[in-house]
Design a protein around this ligand. Structure first.
Ligand SMILES: C[S@@+](CC[C@H](N)C(=O)[O-])C[C@H]1O[C@@H](n2cnc3c(N)ncnc32)[C@H](O)[C@@H]1O
Length: 271
C-alpha cells in the first residue's frame, strides 16, 4: 500500500493553511469570529444540548466546529493529524477567546492520545473517507466514549460517493466499497473551497465505506444506534450541477431524481 498517511497529511497541512485564510468564506470564519454559531443546520438541529459535556471532535481540522461546540458550553478536545491545522485551530481559539484543547494524532491512535472518558464523540463532514479501516474506526469511537456516552456522525452519504458528474449526468465511477489496501488515488491541485492557490503536495488517498460497513462497525463495537437520517443537502458542492441554498447546504438541481447526499447518525455506548 502507498504511504497514504504521510501523503494525506502533507495534503491536509497545505489545505489548512489555505482554509484558515478563508478567502472564499467557505469556512465562515468571519461570521464565527463575529460570534455566530456556524454549524450547518443538519448537525445544529440534531446534536441536542451539549452544555457541560466532555466532547471529543475527531478530525477537527482548523477548529471552527470544535469552537462552535465550545460556545455551546461543552469542554472540547479536538484531534487531528495535521500539525498546521491544529496550530490554526489554537490561533482561532485565542482570537475567539474560547477554551479548547487540541491534540495531534492519527484517528487510530486517539484513545492513547486523549483517553476514553468522553460524553460525546463528534465527527462530521469529510471524515471516514480518509480512513482505510472502518471497523477499526468503530472500535476507536467505542474506546473513546465513557459508558452512556454517544457518537454524533454526519458525512457524505455512501450512495453518492461512487458517482461523478460527467456531461451533466451522475455516473457510477468508483466501487461502492474501497478495499483497505487499495485506496482510491486522487490528485488535488487545489482545495474544494474555491480558492485557486496551487498545492505542492497534490497526491491524496480516499476510501468509500458502504452504509452496512459503517453501521456494522459501530454495532460490532458494542454501540447502540438510535437514530439514522438521510439528508438531501451537503455542506460542499460535490458535483458541479449542485446549487447552494440560503441555509449554506448544496442540493441537486430541481428536476433531478432525489438522492440522499448526506447521512447522520447517533449511537450510544451502553451504560
Ligand atoms: C474535511 S476535514 C474535516 C473538517 C471538519 N468537519 C471541520 O470541523 O472543519 C478532514 C480533517 O481530517 C484530518 N485527517 C485526515 N486523515 C486523518 C487521520 N488519519 N487522522 C487524523 N486526522 C485526519 C485532516 O487533517 C483534516 O483536518
Amino acid at each position: 500500500m502507498p504511504n497514504y498517511l504521510s501523503a494525506n497529511r502533507a495534503n491536509w497541512d497545505e489545505r489548512a493553511d489555505v482554509h484558515i485564510e478563508d478567502s472564499t468564506g467557505a469556512y465562515s470564519i468571519a461570521d464565527f469570529l463575529a460570534g455566530d454559531d456556524v454549524l450547518f443546520p443538519i448537525e445544529a438541529s440534531e446534536i441536542g444540548d451539549i452544555a457541560g459535556l466532555d466532547v471529543l471532535h475527531l478530525q477537527c481540522h482548523i477548529g471552527v466546529d470544535t469552537l462552535c461546540l465550545a460556545r455551546r458550553g461543552a469542554r472540547v478536545t479536538g484531534l487531528d493529524f495535521s500539525e498546521n491545522a491544529l496550530r490554526h485551530a489554537a490561533g482561532l481559539a485565542h482570537r475567539a477567546g474560547l477554551e479548547a484543547r487540541f491534540v495531534l494524532g492519527d484517528v487510530y491512535q486517539a484513545p492513547e492520545r486523549v483517553g476514553g472518558a468522553f460524553d460525546l464523540v463528534y465527527t462530521t463532514w469529510g471524515t471516514i473517507c480518509w480512513l482505510p479501516d472502518i471497523r477499526r474506526w468503530g472500535q476507536v469511537v467505542a474506546a473513546l466514549l465513557k459508558p452512556g456516552g454517544r457518537l454524533y456522525f454526519a458525512d457524505t452519504h455512501p450512495m453518492i460517493q461512487p458517482l461523478e458528474e460527467i456531461d451533466g449526468r451522475l455516473v457510477p465511477t468508483f466501487g461502492y466499497r474501497t478495499p483497505t489496501g487499495v485506496p482510491l488515488a486522487f490528485t488535488a491541485n487545489q482545495t474544494y473551497t474555491g480558492d485557486t492557490r496551487a498545492f505542492l503536495n497534490t497526491e491524496n488517498f480516499e476510501w468509500v465505506h458502504p452504509l452496512s460497513d459503517i453501521l456494522m462497525a459501530l454495532i460490532d463495537s458494542g454501540l447502540a444506534i438510535s437514530r439514522v437520517v438521510e439528508h438531501e443537502g451537503l455542506p460542499w458542492q460535490m458535483f458541479p450541477m449542485m446549487t447552494k441554498g440560503a441555509d449554506r447546504l448544496w442540493r441537486l438541481p430541481a428536476g433531478h431524481p432525489r438522492l440522499p447526499l448526506s447521512l447522520s447518525l447517533t449511537a450510544t455506548k451502553p451504560g
